[in-house]
Design a protein around this ligand. Sequence first.
Ligand SMILES: Cc1ncc(COP(=O)(O)O)c(C=O)c1O
Length: 438
Amino acid sequence: MSKSKEIRQRILELVQEYYEAEFAEKTFIPGETAVPVSGRSFDGDEMVHLVDASLDFWLTTGRFALQFEREFARYVGVRHAMLCNSGSSANLLALSALTSPTLEERQIKPGDEVITVAAGFPTTVNPIVQNRLTPVFLDIDLPSYNLSLAHLEEAITPRTKAIVVAHTLGNPFELDTVVEIADRHNLWLIEDKCDALGSTYHGRLTGTFGHLATISFYPAHHITMGEGGCVLTRHSRLKKLVESFRDWGRDCWCAPGEANTCGTRFEWQLGTLPYGYDHKYIYSHVGYNLKLTDMQAAVGLAQLQKLPAFIETRKRNWQHLRRGLADFEEFMILPEATPDSDPSWFGFLLTVRPDAPFSRNELINFLETNQVATRLLFSGNITRQPAYQDVPYRVVGDLTNTDVVMNQTFWIGVYPSLTPAMLDYAIEVFARFFKQFG
Ligand SMILES: Cc1ncc(COP(=O)(O)O)c(C=O)c1O
């Protein structure tokens, strides 16, 4: 073994030891230890992968990213997985790819409309605005918290080009109907699957239904890279477009460090550039640089091995809370899985009934004071957020349930590091709060 290999091995053994010393399991003390909504679930494997990649000192996208893309695409059951630096970037790339002139009559152009929901995460909606398109907002259903189909067909006009919606907190939207409507009207469908890794619909993984799907690897998500995201597609043409927008808009598809993959590097003539202009520097799109580093991908590879177990624990934790909170339905609307789906839950959504003898803020203050963390459902009603006051949009139908969510809804955690003792404690805190009103 070479000297450097031997040193690397010693370092990695030490990293494993460091993990045990620094992050060994801590005892849960009810009322003192926090019960977070989400967080990193990891062990020494992730730290070893991270240091291994950093010792390569390749820094940009490299061997770990390539391996991750291959394994992740196989896991989800699509042909192509393209890594990028966040779920927000994945959403930006997925929609921007559809603005490529190479798509000819299917190209989405400025002024076209994209259907989405107002009760969502901002960066599901922002790429619509950033690409100079018009968001068309629909309401959601309760208690699935997903796109309501009531006005979907009515929302479609000759300018409508795409539907972009998320599987809310892991709960799949009604894919049968949405896919059928998208196909019938020749619309693109992007599944924002950032919160739904592992969720299935009719036994098939979400992210395989739309033309494109997006994933986030932020620490709150099913698996993490710190920061990171991914675009999924089964269409080779869309893969090439996503990669072009991700990699500065270039026409060339060489991986970092490679050259002349096409074999005709100095034989291209595109735009009004002279014949033979280096293909590495020809730009067919107005792109970005949204690549991630190999250190991030290395962490993701270690996480991917744990994904099946993570998904099972999320489902188990959700069921635990569902059973434990069933007695309090008079005060709160409990979440329900979409029919024919098996969600890999991101969180446990609760809506305080509008006629409850307390406000949502009173309940979440009590929970937070007792160390049970809560979150709202992202932007609530995005049309009411300050950033969107001057953004042109359309609403079809009304946003009644979206406003209910903005005023009455919150969620608590189900992530894999939450133990049954922590969940029992959270349920007991709810019980203590409701006792005042019993
Ligand atoms: C539904 C949804 N889409 C997109 C994102 C953005 O992902 P990221 O934080 O990696 O940019 C999130 C983030 O949590 C999300 O919940």
